[in-house]
Design a protein around this ligand. Sequence first.
Ligand code: G1P
Length: 290
Amino acid sequence: MSTLKKVVFPVAGLGTRFLPATKAVAKEMLAIVDKPLIQYAAEEAEKAGFETLIFVVGRTKNSIIDHFDKAYELETELAMRNKDALLKIVKDVVPKNVNCIFVRQSEALGLGHAVLCAESAVGNEPFAVILPDDLICNDGKNCMQQMVEVFNQHGGSIIGTQTVAIEESGKYGMVAGPKVADRVSMVDEIIEKPQPAEAPSDQAVVGRYILTPAIFDRLKTTERGAGGEIQLTDGIAALRKSEEVFAYSFEGTRYDCGSKIGYLQATVELALQHRELADEFRQYLKQLEI
Ligand code: G1P
């Protein structure tokens, strides 16, 4: 049985790449077809057995708190009108066995700082981190389920990775190290957003992590790094000096929903798989003259 029960969603970022859409709406509330990005992330965690969802929010992210709260008026209205299917959709946003905690990150000091804000909610136990911008779709086990299995087998900390074109290295944490099992490597090097010439390999960190609580002490002494922010990557680089950190090349398709093109790709591909929309949408795309 996994000891992993808590998952952190750092969702305090400003979402400047989607302005003006994200002026008043949290970028994690942008929907892919009919579900906000944050809910895809929460469902992935819940399916992987996590029971406590810790959201590290900024001042402008109240829509995320509302999304995971009970919607009394809406539920009462839907019940009165006998809209049972819709009522179920609304109620299922937070499954019964799941508990939500909201923590404020009052300064935008970076991903490492956001994770550190969750320390008292996490306590002294291993935990997961999911970046909802990275939407990962699978037919079989979801990305977090795969990573929990790797954690149960190898222990230590696990980072989700993917091969990228080396020219893209400046957008990611990049890792390198020897292979230890199928899809699993040691992390000997990890660097945040290196230029292609400085990248240690073509293996990029994608927004899924399982971390031991020792990361918190490392983050407390992590200086500002790339972009002037306290980087989780730099905390992990310090962690791997005293504990094993593994890279896991997950199975699945990842959409970078923090970029407009990735967001559009996810929208088109998930619409083509959507129960109610797929056929109509496919017909529509076919007749487009492109
Ligand atoms: C963050 C991390 C980076 C990682 C990326 C994955 O960067 O700092 O190491 O590769 O997420 O999406 P961001 O995209 O927030 O700049």
